[in-house]
Design a binder for this molecule. Structure first.
Ligand code: AR6
Length: 176
C-alpha cells in the first residue's frame, strides 16, 4: 500500500466517465433523480437505475446506499444525500462528513479498490466550497489512515477551479 498522498487523486471532468469500482452520487433523499451530477448519473446509467432506486425507500441525509452501475463504466454507484446549506448552524458539517464516511464504509465492506467522489452539496445544495473541500479531504484522509483495502480515492471536480482548490487543500492537509 502506497503513502497516503498516493491514494488520493484529483481529476477534472465528468464523473460518469470514470472507470472505478464505484462512483458516488450526490443524490436527493428520494433517490429518484434530479439535476446536477445526479441527473448526469441517471442519464448515463439508463432507466434500470431508477428502477433499482425505487426499491430502496430513499436515503437519509448523511447516509448512503448502494446500487449497480448499469450502463456506466463504474460497476457500482453509492448514492449519498448531502445536507442543504442553511448557514452552518444546522449540523451541516457533521452531515457532510458522514456522507463521505458512510460511502467509504460501504466501499470498504464491498471490497472495492477504487472510488470517486463529486463535490457533494456544493452545487444545488449551496454548501460553501472551501469549507466543503476541507471536510471532504479531512474525512477521506482520516478514513484511509485506518483502512488498508482501498487503493485510490478520486475527487472528481467538474471544473479546474475546483480541482485547484482540492490540490491546495490536500497539500496543506499533508503538512498538518
Ligand atoms: N461530474 C462531476 N461533477 C459534477 C457533474 C458531473 N457530471 N455535474 C455536476 N457536478 P450538485 P448537490 C458537480 O448540484 O449540491 C440534485 O438535484 C457540481 O459542479 O450535483 O449535492 C439532487 O437530486 C458540484 O460541484 O449536487 C439533489 O436534489 C457538485 O457536482 C441535489 O441536486 C455537486 O453539485 C444535490 O445537490
Amino acid at each position: 500500500m502506497g503513502a497516503l498522498g498516493d491514494r488520493i487523486r484529483i481529476h477534472t471532468g465528468d464523473i460518469t466517465r470514470l472507470v472505478v469500482d464505484a462512483i458516488v452520487n450526490a443524490a436527493s433523499s428520494s433517490l429518484l433523480g434530479g439535476g446536477g451530477v445526479d441527473g448526469a448519473i441517471h442519464r448515463a446509467a439508463g432507466p434500470e437505475l431508477v428502477a433499482e432506486c425505487r426499491t430502496l425507500n430513499g436515503c437519509k441525509t448523511g447516509d448512503a446506499k448502494l446500487t449497480r452501475g448499469y450502463r456506466l463504466p463504474a460497476r457500482f454507484i453509492i448514492h449519498t444525500v448531502g445536507p442543504v446549506w442553511q448557514g452552518g448552524g444546522e449540523g451541516e458539517a457533521g452531515l457532510l462528513a458522514s456522507c463521505y464516511r458512510r460511502s467509504l464504509e460501504i466501499a470498504s465492506d464491498q471490497g472495492f479498490l477504487t472510488i470517486a467522489f463529486p463535490a457533494i452539496s456544493t452545487g444545488i445544495y449551496g454548501y460553501p466550497k472551501i469549507e466543503a473541500t476541507g471536510i471532504a479531504v479531512d474525512t477521506v484522509t482520516d478514513f484511509l489512515r485506518q483502512d488498508t483495502l482501498l487503493e485510490t480515492v478520486t475527487f472528481c471536480c467538474f471544473d479546474d477551479q475546483t480541482a485547484e482548490l482540492y490540490r491546495q487543500t490536500v497539500a496543506s492537509a499533508g503538512k498538518g
